[in-house]
Design a protein around this ligand. Sequence first.
Ligand SMILES: Cc1cc2nc3c(=O)[nH]c(=O)nc-3n(C[C@H](O)[C@H](O)[C@H](O)COP(=O)(O)OP(=O)(O)OC[C@H]3O[C@@H](n4cnc5c(N)ncnc54)[C@H](O)[C@@H]3O)c2cc1C
Length: 182
Amino acid sequence: MVSHSRFRSWIRRSVKFEKLEDVSPAFDLVINCAGIGARELVQDIDLEPHRGQVAIVPKIDNLSCAIVCDDPPLMYAIPRASDCVFGGTNELSDNLDADPTTTARIIDECTRVLKIQNPLVLAERIGLRPFRKSGVCLERDCLPDGRTVIHNYGHGGSGFTLSWGCAQKVFELAEELPGQRR
Ligand SMILES: Cc1cc2nc3c(=O)[nH]c(=O)nc-3n(C[C@H](O)[C@H](O)[C@H](O)COP(=O)(O)OP(=O)(O)OC[C@H]3O[C@@H](n4cnc5c(N)ncnc54)[C@H](O)[C@@H]3O)c2cc1C
């Protein structure tokens, strides 16, 4: 069992690798979970950025569960502990800037469905779903320097949902390596 504080001491934020071989040689196993970043990192041309924009609004009275409408226009309202997420969009784009017209459209649609007045917009958030045309990449490979890499990226709009199963599969692939069995 490894304590959380020990993991924390290994986590480095704001590091951008140009290639996987740049990972310190102190690690004999590299796990590539770069999301849309894998497009450049491993030159995977199958990856597409499916941009999503949401608006964060204050908690909505009497909204105790998420409401999702996948038919166009995409609409969802997801209550959280201290606020609510209104969405959303799904378009092929790399643009990480918030678009005020899109926010207004999201608010209009959510308030229409929920039959409420326009709430205050606390924040706008943009993310790029790492969609991979040929499906999730979850496989073991070898780096030019001989180290093993396990790729785990390309989960599109389902990365949270799939994360437990994919992490388990990564763990199994790592355990199959010679000398890795515990
Ligand atoms: C608006 C929106 C709504 C969504 N709703 C849902 C939902 O309801 N359910 C669901 O299951 N999923 C949802 N998703 C999808 C989900 O967010 C993604 O599938 C998930 O975040 C992918 O996780 P990941 O760890 O593979 O990639 P990411 O979360 O993108 O993480 C990749 C990480 O790798 C780092 N990185 C990239 N390149 C490099 C590099 N060269 N060097 C070093 N680090 C690098 C990045 O900085 C980042 O920290 C949604 C996404 C969006 C945008």
